[in-house]
Each structure stands twice: as C-alpha cells, then as structure tokens.
Design a binder for this molecule. Sequence first.
Ligand SMILES: [Zn+2]
Ligand SMILES: [Zn+2]
Length: 241
Amino acid sequence: MTHLFHVPHADDETLSLGVAILQCLDRGEEVHLILITDGSACGSFHFLNGTEKCPIHHRFHDPVSEGYQTAPLTREAHIAARQREFLAAGEMLGVPRENLHVHTMIDGSLTVEEARAIALQYEQDASIPGPKVHHTMTERHDNHNDHKSCGRALAELLEEGQISACHWYVKRSLWHTVPADAPVQDLVASVSQADILRSITRDVYQRWEPENGHYAVGYHSVPESFDAMMDDCRNKVHHTP
Ligand SMILES: [Zn+2]
Ligand SMILES: [Zn+2]
C-alpha cells in the first residue's frame, strides 16, 4: 500500500495532514508527499521584507541589518525558503527524501485540471508500487482555491475510476465551520506522533536564522494554526468527497 499525500502548500502536511502521514508510516506503509504549489502568494513575504510590521517579532524587519542570507528577500529566495521548510518537515515526519516531490504551480491559482494531471502522473508512475491511496485537503468547508482544486480533482478521478481510494482532510483553521453532524473522523495523535509534530513546528516552521536562510516562513504565515496545533494535534478526515 502506498499513500500519496497531495500537499497544496508547505505547512499543510504538518498542520492538517500530519497525524495521517505518521499513522501510515507507523504501519510500515510507503508514503510520498507531493508539494503542489510554489507558495508564492504567502503574505509573510511583506512581513519578512519589512514592508509591513511583523506580527511575530512586533517590528519592521530590516533584511540588511538583520543579516538575511538574501537581502532584500527576493520572491525566488522566499519560495526557496518555503520549499526548504517543506523538505525539512517531510524528513522529520520520517518520509524518505526521494519520496518528497516538489511541484511549482502558481500559488493561489491552481486549476482542477492541473491538480488532476499531477495526481495522474503519480497514479500512473510504475516505479511507485500500488495499490495507491490518495490524500488531500477537502473542498468541503474550505475557502482556498488551491485546496478546493486538489480536493475536486481527486473526487473527479475517484468518480471516473482513475484512482481507487482517497481521503480528504479539513484545514485546521476551518474546523469550526464543520457542521456537528458532518461525517468527519478525528485522527488522534499518539504521544510520540504529537511530539514529532510539535518538534517540526519549533525546529522547522519557527526556525529563525535569517543569516542561514531560515526565515520561519510558515510561522510568519499562519501563527494561529501552529499555536493551535501545539495544543491539539488531531486531524479531521472525510472518507467521501
Ligand atoms: Zn494550504
Ligand atoms: Zn518576524
């Protein structure tokens, strides 16, 4: 059994899919993480470049005097920093480096067609053993275009019989929008799984070493979600689209 996790943005794998990923790995099953977008729409760019006041450090950053590896931070360096966070998180989850895949679709404008093409690429890749189970964000109760495109793409492929199994996860920040009677299942982290997710938060997404190219992009982007996960490491999953 191989599990293919379609991750729209760096941080979704930790914040909303992390328990599911760790459960698959703990069962000894093969896991691949597929980062879909380049993360270029992330609002943290302005905080990190000092054009908006940083809500984490409560000041206007100055990339030059703070010794950023790239000063001012370019779009390319920001994208690369986000990708490094994804790769570091994937490795801390325990996914082998060769199973971490990085695509660079434009953040915020992912189409269903693009998400379908990527899913089929991995479904049809004979070097990845089957049967294959796909996982991604749900389009139900989500407000983000890229999450909705990923969720819809896999729902269509399942309906068409082009993939045989899929699970859809609720974005952490939108849990409160899930109706009480919705058929959503909680995945509860074990103590060791929760430790891993908290370590990733601290050591990857909160890592502030700008001189070495570690800008805590994830935490500058969605601090509330990381703070919430430190207290509650569950995932919420739908087994039907
Ligand atoms: Zn996302
Ligand atoms: Zn900051």
